[in-house]
Write a protein that binds this ligand. Sequence first.
Ligand code: MG
Length: 117
Amino acid sequence: MPENELQALAARLRAFAAERGWERTDSAKNLAIAVMVEAGELLEHFQWLTTEESGRLAPEKRSQVEQEMADVLIFLVRLADTLGVDLLAAADAKIAINARKYPAEKARGRAVKYDEL
Ligand SMILES: [Mg+2]
């Protein structure tokens, strides 16, 4: 089976961790925590901005946001690699679940939870 981009990224990150002897600390638990820590760092850039300001970041701020988004992806891909999860397949499966929970004809234009549709 050909390797997809996320699997290739996972292999690069695995090598990066191995070169630094980080496999011991890169447990699923620690990686799950790291995802949330990095998501918090990402969120911090948006704290106190108006909705409008959040959509037009200054170049330096945008670069910082980009780096935090990369951190989130990196730790999520490492977590998936550690647990043997195919992220693209998992995302496709979740989209299918969401499509059943939120039929377009019922959910269009409505921002409510599926059990309130
Ligand atoms: Mg970070």
